[in-house]
Design a binder for this molecule. Structure first.
Ligand SMILES: O=C(O)COP(=O)(O)O
Length: 235
């Protein structure tokens, strides 16, 4: 009889920005390219870091509201926003891959998890057009079985729909599913889905300490995920 593979989880879901890839520097570049084009003052890297989490479109709205001294709501409903967003998309496309990089050991760990038969998915609030650009810039697309972006489903994180959808696709129960992220949004998503959550401390958590999110584990090093491969299902 073939032996069941030794692994604690059958499905792992990964946040993108701040978990797999450090993206903030080039997002900041693309935002500031856009602001400059529309005669607005630049924003700082720290502001951009703290705005990451609700999607790149939302981040652009925050930046425009901050620089234009208006509310995000006013930006969202302004006639010119569509035009500015289209320009931003061009800048981001151009900047993507110039100052982003995979965090240490990400590729080797994902490859090892795949080799052990773990299903891997990206669950990000980044819009699909930008997610694809980042994944392609770092040759990550072939490593994932599924990618769910902020606009793939009618709802985004912290709604647990993306997690439930992946669990249903491969018939994996909650106790065999792990979410890996960097923010309170990821923690809330995992909790609402009833799955375990491990957080990396080096990403973007809107300026808050990661321990405050109450994760099952904080892992300093991506290689900690490999420990799940040495465990039988009942651990
Ligand atoms: O683009 C964002 O703001 C968030 O992206 P993330 O969900 O991958 O952290």
């Amino acid at each position: 009889m073939p032996q069941a593979p030794l692994r604690r989880y059958d499905l792992m879901l990964f946040d993108l920005d701040g978990t797999l890839v450090e993206t903030a520097p080039e997002i900041c570049d693309a935002v500031n390219d856009t602001l400059l084009q529309f005669d607005l003052e630049p924003v700082t890297q720290q502001q951009v870091n703290d705005w990451i989490g609700h999607g790149t479109r939302e981040l652009l709205i925050q930046a425009l509201a901050d620089r234009g001294q208006t509310s995000p709501e006013a930006v969202r409903h302004s006639d010119v926003f569509k035009l500015i967003e289209a320009e931003f998309a061009k800048h981001y496309q151009r900047r993507c891959g110039t100052r982003s990089h995979l965090y240490p050991h990400v590729r080797e760990v994902l490859e090892a998890l795949r080799a052990h038969g773990v299903k891997l998915a990206v669950v990000t609030n980044k819009e699909g057009r930008y997610t694809q650009t980042v994944l392609d810039a770092h040759a990550l697309t072939p490593l994932f079985d599924r990618v769910i972006s902020g606009d793939t489903l009618p709802v985004k994180k912290p709604n647990p729909a993306a997690v439930h959808s992946c669990m249903a696709q491969w018939s994996v129960p909650a106790e065999r599913t792990l979410f890996v992220g960097d923010s309170s949004i990821d923690a809330a998503t995992a909790r609402q889905a009833g799955v375990a959550i491990w957080l990396l401390p080096y990403g973007y958590n809107m300026g808050q300490p990661i321990e405050a999110c109450g994760p099952d584990r904080v892992i300093e090093d991506f290689r900690a995920l490999l420990s799940t491969l040495a465990q039988p299902a009942w651990v």
